[in-house]
Ligand binder design. Structure first.
Ligand SMILES: *Cc1c(COP(=O)(O)O)cnc(C)c1O
Length: 401
């Protein structure tokens, strides 16, 4: 290990807020699905910066668009119009079939905006209509409102008082949802596929029934597609896969291929709730971020690109299922669709060891919710690259079987 690595570790320890349980490598550069550390060691990257680097590393059209835009205008505030923002908004509106888009800088900010406009809209119907229902095991962000929306009590500890009006239901339990809803429900907010909570997919017609309940109680349906959107399921929006349209959808992570961005998109009806001055942002949707988003929005929604995600995804899932058959005591479930896949371990004791074992052998993967190996790679991976990771994973997993 380079001496500079030790210096970076100690600088970090002395100066950076210790909120991350980091893996001890210093990444330096990347190309396609591969990344290299400071020592020149090569890794195959099946985490993609947590579902962010959808076009891989060093994707030339993205690099060029960012460089070109940086040389023209990085930022100018939202007091003025720019071509990249107008283009990105119209692409999102067209792709979603919804009415208006707004850009922020992160997933949490997108969800904050979605919650805020949903409340404002609901209050225009009835001043007591403010309940937001979310799911246990969800993840919606780290700001105070979005961590409250996140149905994982450990994120709520010690930071109260939390904002009022949030209730939680078990994902996929439609009866429980119905029992919680009333005319006071402003919105139901769900991840179309739960990511951080362990890759949980919706059963059969669950989301359709959620849509019906929302219509019954005049509540808005918000899909958080910050992780599952942007082509990851083989459809541009995951909700297309389930045949259900939300009133609001949120995006971030992969939307600009690695440049920070977030967005919420609403129907024209919901958009009426905000007037000039009701919401805003200094950085959000600046021309640099939107120039990057435009490359993603011109690439990922293409039929052959999405088809490839679907194909490689089902190949990958088949390989994970075969691994589960080989090590049934260690792996108890394989879930997901497209390129959001999870393999649940029987116990949490080996999760981090498996991730570290893969890292030592040159593969970047992730473990979430304590014991779910999660695969959210760049969307450009090939079957041969799936094999490359599966060979490493098999070797590592065999040590614990
Ligand atoms: C990552 C994530 C967020 C939060 O995004 P940040 O950019 O980290 O604020 C919210 N919802 C989902 C589903 C996510 O995966």
């Amino acid at each position: 290990m380079k001496e500079t690595d030790q210096l970076i570790f100690s600088e970090d320890k002395d100066n950076y807020l210790p909120v991350f349980n980091r893996y001890k490598i210093v990444l330096d550069h990347g190309n396609g699905v591969y990344a290299w550390d400071n020592n020149g060691k090569k890794y195959i990257d099946f985490l993609g910066g947590i579902a962010v680097n959808v076009l891989g590393h060093n994707y030339q059209p993205l690099v060029q668009a960012v460089a070109e835009q940086a040389g023209k205008l990085i930022h100018c505030s939202n007091l003025y119009y720019t071509q990249p923002q107008a283009d990105a908004a119209s692409k999102l509106v067209k792709l979603s079939g919804l009415g208006k888009a707004f850009f922020g800088n992160s997933g949490a900010e997108a969800n904050e905006g979605a919650i805020k406009i949903a409340r404002k809209y609901a209050h225009s119907i009835n001043s007591e209509k403010s309940q937001i229902i979310t799911a246990w095991d969800s993840f919606h962000g780290r700001t105070i409102a979005t961590l409250t929306a996140t149905g994982q009590p450990h994120y709520h500890e010690g930071v109260g008082p939390l904002p009022e009006g949030f209730d939680y239901v078990h994902y996929n339990d439609i009866d429980e949802l119905e029992s919680m809803m009333s005319d006071k429900t402003a919105a139901v907010m769900l991840e179309t596929i739960q990511g951080e909570g362990g890759v949980h997919t919706p059963d059969g017609d669950y989301l359709k029934k959620v849509r019906e309940l929302c219509d019954k109680y005049q509540a808005l349906l918000i899909f958080d597609e910050i992780q599952a959107g942007i082509g990851r399921t083989g459809k541009f929006f995951a909700y297309e896969k389930y045949g259900v349209k939300p009133d609001i959808v949120t995006l971030a992570k992969g939307l600009a291929g690695g440049v920070p961005i977030g967005a919420f998109i609403v129907t024209d009806e919901v958009a009426k709730a905000f007037k000039p001055g009701d919401h805003g942002t200094t950085f959000g949707g600046n021309p640099l971020a939107c120039a990057a988003a435009n490359v993603v929005l011109d690439t990922v929604p293409k039929a052959d690109f999405l088809q490839q995600v679907e194909e490689v995804g089902s190949y990958f899932k088949g390989k994970l299922e075969a691994l589960m058959k080989k090590y049934p005591a260690l792996i108890k479930d394989v879930r997901g669709t497209g390129l959001i896949l999870g393999a649940e371990l029987s116990s949490p004791e080996h999760g981090r060891d498996i991730v570290n074992g893969c890292l030592a052998k040159g593969a970047i993967i992730n473990c979430t919710a304590g014991k779910v190996l999660r695969f959210i790679p760049p969307l450009i991976i090939t079957k041969a690259q799936v094999d490359e990771v599966m060979n490493i994973l098999d070797e590592v997993v065999s040590q614990y079987a």
